[in-house]
Design a protein around this ligand. Structure first.
Ligand code: UD1
Ligand code: CA
Length: 457
């Protein structure tokens, strides 16, 4: 049977107290909507439709191409939101998954099971439910003789209904045609004056249509994020899930409680990650990588046997054997080829460093193309900025940059060339040349005695 999906993502999320539409808030570095879209895409529906409204332009900017959308101009409730997808789905035979964009923890496996259960039960509607320790805020599943008879929202619940701990996760499968038929009969006669999607359940029951419920084992998976407290809970649960996955894949996390890895990060076997490490975005880490405490790595590629010690790395590439830190900062577009060493208090930006090149201490390398086996002495600065424009530095293989050299870009340093310590290099240095860019030293005999600070011996 064909599958379709509707993702509800039009709400403002008033309780988030945010300028950003709720579904664009992130859990483990990925928007809640993107989590829901990935879970939904994993069950491969024929059509997926997102309902957008609040902050539509921003929300649409994050949707992949295979997701169609309908704009809900006014957010009149979840029932209204689903109904406006009608023109795209109306006469189709099949099963329609409806899922809220603010439930980022629902797993694809659960959606698979939900579809299978719905088919096995031959139900008109199947609700994904969970048992909540504290059900406050969720719609309650009201059963008669064990069968679901309706869903009652928190604000409409009487004392008995409020005490029910089985909640509606906001994820359902419906017979597609029956869904839209029932939606034409819902009203706004409730505490919030909204069209509730949940009202279709009672309509089905009154029509003697079968409503099933699939109860999740783990309430945590169903968390609906309505405020920042729930956002932090979702973050924590997602983090546990991500860290467990990496550990089972052969990654050592010395303290998973303090290891923060975004959802899309990939890490190879036998990598070791120390406590207090943050790995973000689209980072890909190969095998046998060591990352020490205090490191933050964003959308970077770390090949095998690289090491990052207490450093910040952004949008950079480390080829095998390269090592960084402690206390270094690689800014975007840095490429370190094999066995490059970047040491203490070194910043590199938009530069490529060839095989075996070393910058061990207190150095700034920006907009530079550096060859192989170049040595940067302590305190080297590529002077790349005149206040308006950025200029390039080119350094060829085996060049030796003396400590405390300022290389005034644009500039080129040739193969095997040497710049002497303390030089301000303003002109190109050619192959095999040694450049002295400093004033000659003069020593004045006895002159120190004339200074007021002089101490008689
Ligand atoms: C909803 C359910 C509740 C369930 C809970 C699970 C209803 C009436 N209630 O309540 O039973 O326990 O989810 O988390 O459905 N949205 C739109 N357009 C609208 C209104 C909402 O697209 O007009 C979207 C929101 O962006 C959100 C989702 O629908 O992604 C759910 O809306 P929300 O207001 O958060 O519903 P809840 O009050 O949490
Ligand atoms: Ca919600």
């Amino acid at each position: 049977m064909n599958k379709y999906a509707i993702i509800l993502a039009a709400g403002k999320g008033t309780r988030m107290k945010s300028d950003r539409p709720k579904v664009l808030h992130e859990v483990a570095g990925k928007t809640m909507l993107a989590h829901v879209v990935s879970a939904t895409s994993a069950v491969a529906p024929e059509k997926t439709i997102a309902i957008v409204g609040h902050g539509a332009a921003d929300v649409l900017g994050t949707l992949p191409e295979h997701v169609a959308y309908v704009k809900q101009e006014e957010q009149l409730g979840t029932g209204h939101a689903v109904k406006i997808a009608e023109p795209l789905l109306k006469n189709l035979h099949g099963m329609t998954l409806v899922i809220a964009g603010d439930t980022p923890l629902i797993r694809p496996e659960t959606l698979e099971e939900l579809f299978a259960y719905h088919q096995a039960e031959k139900a008109t509607a199947t609700i994904l439910t969970a048992i909540a320790e504290d059900p406050t805020g969720y719609g309650r599943i009201i059963r008669e003789d064990g069968h679901v008879s309706k869903i009652v929202e928190q604000k409409d619940a009487n004392d008995f209904e409020e005490s029910v701990q089985e909640i509606n996760t906001g994820t359902y499968i419906f017979d597609n045609r029956a869904l839209f038929e029932a939606l034409s009969n819902i009203t706004t006669d409730n505490a919030q004056g909204e069209y509730y999607l949940t009202d279709v359940i009672e309509i089905f029951k009154d029509d003697a249509k079968k409503v099933s419920a699939f109860v999740l084992d783990d309430f945590n998976e169903s968390i609906g994020v309505n405020d920042r407290v729930a956002l932090s809970q979702a973050e924590k649960i997602m983090r546990d899930r991500i860290n467990t996955k990496h550990m089972l894949n052969g990654v050592t996390l010395i303290d998973p409680e303090t290891t923060y890895i975004d959802a899309d990060v990939k890490i190879g076997e036998d990598s070791v990650i120390e406590p207090n490490v943050v790995i973000k975005g689209q980072t890909v880490i190969s095998k046998g990588v060591h990352i020490t405490s205090g490191s933050r790595i964003e959308s970077s590629r770390l090949h095998h046997n690289t090491e990052v010690r207490n450093s910040t790395i952004e949008y950079s590439v480390l080829e095998p054997g390269a090592n960084v830190g402690p206390y270094a900062h690689l800014r975007p577009e840095t490429i370190l080829h094999e066995n490059v060493h970047i040491g203490n208090f070194v910043e590199v930006k938009a530069s490529t460093l060839g095989v075996g090149t070393k910058a061990g201490h207190l150095t700034y390398i920006g907009n530079a193309m550096v060859g192989e086996h170049v040595n940067f002495g302590a305190g080297t600065i590529t002077v790349n900025f005149d206040g308006v424009n950025k200029f390039k530095t080119e350094i060829e293989d085996y060049a030796f940059i003396g400590s405390n050299s300022s290389l005034i870009a644009p500039i080129a340093i040739g193969r095997n060339a040497i710049t002497t310590a303390g030089s301000v290099i303003t002109d190109d240095v050619h192959e095999d040349e040694m450049a002295f860019g400093r004033a000659r030293q003069v020593n004045k005999v006895g002159r120190a005695k004339l200074m007021p600070s002089y101490h008689e011996s």
